[in-house]
Structure formats: C-alpha cells, structure tokens
Write a protein that binds this ligand. Sequence first.
Ligand code: AHR
Length: 496
Amino acid sequence: MKAKITLAKEFRIGDIDRRIYGSFIEHLGRAVYGGIFEPDHPTADGDGFRQDVIDLVRELNVPIVRYPGGNFVSGYNWEDGVGPVELRPKRLDLAWGTTEPNTFGTNEFMKWCRKADTDCMMAVNLGTRGAEEARNLVEYMNHKSGSAWADLRKSHGYSDPWGVKLWCLGNEMDGTWQMGAKTAVDYGKLANEASKMMKWTDGSIETVLCGSSSRTSPTFGEWEAQSLEIAYDSVDYVSLHQYYENRKGDTPTFLARTMELEEFIYSVICVCDYIKAKKRSKKTINLSFDEWNVWYHSDNAPYERWSYAPPRLEDIYNFEDALLVGSMLITLLRHCDRIKIACLAQLVNVIAPIFTQTGGGIFKQTIFYPFEHLSNYGRGAALNPIITCDKYDCAEYTDVPYIESIATFDEENEALTVFVVNKSEDEAQELTVNLMDFEGFKPFEFISMDGYDKHDENTFMRENVKPHSNALPSMDGGMLSAHLEPFSWNVIRLKK
Ligand code: AHR
C-alpha cells in the first residue's frame, strides 16, 4: 500500500502541554505497595522507594501523576495517611475489597514525586466526604504556616508547603460503583462549593470537574452539561476516562477505537462550549483525560478479600495493545488545543507500562515504548498531518484509515518528529512525507516496533517486544520516503 502525509508549519493544532504525558498511581493492588513503595526491596532507598521503578518512571518522563485514586479516593480519609506511621489506622477499602494499611500517604507520595522528577495531581474525596475535608487538605499541603492544618504538616516533619497546583474534584461520581455516587446536579453543587473553598485557601490552584466515567455511561453528555452549568465559573477542566478491550479478539475493530475516541473528545468539547455559549462566558473549559489505557486481560483474576496489596488489575500487555496505546495518545495529541492533561492509567503493576515482582525484578511492558517515545520526542507544537491512505471496514466502523499519525514540531530546538502507526496486519506501507515547508530538515533516527505476533508479550525473563532502529528514510527535494512494515509503530525524527 502507499500512503502520503503532508506537513506544514501552519498545520499547527496547538502547543503541547507536557501534562498530556501524565500517569496515575492509585492505592490499588500493587501500585503503591510492591510497586513504588517496598521498603524491603533490594533497590529500596531510605524512604522505602524502589529505585528500579523510579529509574523507569524517569525514562518515561512523566510530568505529572494523579493520586491517590481512582475509586479508592471516594472512601479515603487523607488524615489516616499522615503523621507517625505507627499511629495510622488500617482501614477497609470498599472500592477494591482490600485492607489499606496507610503506611504510605500524602507526604510519602510527595517525596516520591520529587525523587521521580514528577508533579502531583491530587484528588480529593467527594464521595464519602465533602468541601470541608478538601479545603483542609489544600491547607495542609499548600499553606505555609500559622494555621492548624499547615502547622500539623510542619509537626509531621515537612516545613515547606508542597505547592500542589492541580486538584481533581472526586472521581467518577456518576458511577454506581463509586462510594458516594451522586446525581449530576448534586455533584455539580458539591464540586462547585469544594472548588471555591479550595481556591480561597490557595488562589494558585486549578481544579478538574469529574466528567462521565466513560462515553458509554447512561448519563454521558447530560452529566457534563448539568454539572458544568452549576460549577462552570469555579473549575478549570472537565475529566474524561476511557479504557478499551479486545475480548472478542477482533483486532481491526480494536485498533479502530481511536475513531470512537475522536467522537468522545469532540462531544465533550461541544458540551463545554455549549455551556460557555449559554453563559456568555469568556472562559474556556479545557479537558483532562485523566484515565486512559487498554484494560481487560486481568478480568476476573481471583484475589483474597480484605488482604493487603493483593495483585489486582495486573494486565500483561501484548503487541497489539502497544499499537492501540500509541494510537490513543496520538489521538489525544490531535486535540492538544483542548486536552491539557492526560493520565495513562496506571503507572506501575495496575494496568501499567511498568511491571514489578514484589521482592524481585522489573520489566517494561509492550505499551511502555510508544508512550516513552511520545513523551520524550513529542515536544513543542502538534501539527495536524494531512493523510492520504487506504481505509478498511470492520465489525463496528467503516472507512478506518490504516494510518494513524501525528507530527510534533519543536521550533526552538529545530526538531520535527513524525509518529505513524500502520494498522494493516499484513501489508506494508510505502510512505512519503511532504516536508517542503521544512527546508534543511533531515532524518537522523527512525525507530520502529514491528515483526511481532500481535499476542507477543514481555516477561521478567525476556523483553520480546521492544523498539529497534532502521536505516534512515531517504530524502529527495523535500519528500521523505519510508517503508513501514505491516502492523507497526514508527517514529521518524528529523533535525535541521
Ligand atoms: O484505573 C482503575 C479504575 O478505573 C479507577 O479506580 C477508576 O476511576 C476507573 O473506573
């Protein structure tokens, strides 16, 4: 097959907010205990943080990590997780049916963030708790001193405020599975009051209103409209969550999910702007896609109820998942004018790119690589590529382009990167990229992942699926030509 991409500096979608390459750590399964925190592990530092995990988080170059949930946050008393560890209570976590020891809490997470070179996106409990506890947490974390909660933090050994700038107003409050689930109107009122009080406590913070838990939620659309109608003036972002699965083994449909993702993003933008229009507001609400990934491999895995940090949601990802994860992040970048924050859910062990053995080794899952490439090389502005390519029909979609692509242009460093997925399982693509507008730019690296069976996975023993370098694509008068293998992830890096 032949495919053509045309790029120009004017095809600028917007500047990429680095926070689009965020991730997520929840008190769930082995994400915290046995993931980022394992005091007895041979690589653990003085704070009990696994250094092997921190090294890989740094490789992923994650600018922000959402914490502490997820469903967990809707029953969490943040006060349980601060102060002397020996005084902290063990609690039943009703979200995941486990026992939370609270030996790791807010301050430990903040210390971990500093060591992992990342920022925190903090979520407050608007399920079983309310605006009062939320504003107290802002005071505990961000107020310098001279008030009860700030001084309590100081007495816990943290004299400087943490200065957390981004706050989630609860989690998936539309879901029946959520502790303290609410109607859109009740949630809108609570989120509005909480956000107001949190911002009065610290005027420098931004807040994220919970959107629907997925596009298939029965109240999707109406939920966003009703809650935004109430909270529009006091919040900055609305959240989106989406996970995809391939339970039927229908790969063409699985890889075509980005078409649905496009629709989802577009619909949420429309609802935000509809409320903006109704209110004749000058303010624009942007999007925080704070949970996204593939999730289904670990369905129905048994665990012992009320046990401590049992393995949960431990999906082992295969090669086709890596192609969808790359395609999903490309889709988010195509909307970087409105999506300012996104979190790959999650970061370690729980539906994650990094997988550890408690007391043992670590490996990079297949999905690690596309994320790493985009996070490290997808800098500057996103350019909308004009793509001409063949299309296919599948069970749920028609006219699915075989090529998924985004280009990023870092003007300051004169770096241009083209990310391309070839979704065809059996045909290569002879790709030409029109770079007439990028005089003097030459390819210096061409990385691919290809040649694997779609079910290939990585393990502790063997990293089967990983990127390799190719011979550089040729250039002829501003036209770049590259051969893309069937079913492949490709990154073409150019410099002036
Ligand atoms: O990421 C796993 C779970 O998925 C989160 O706790 C919840 O917000 C979502 O339903």
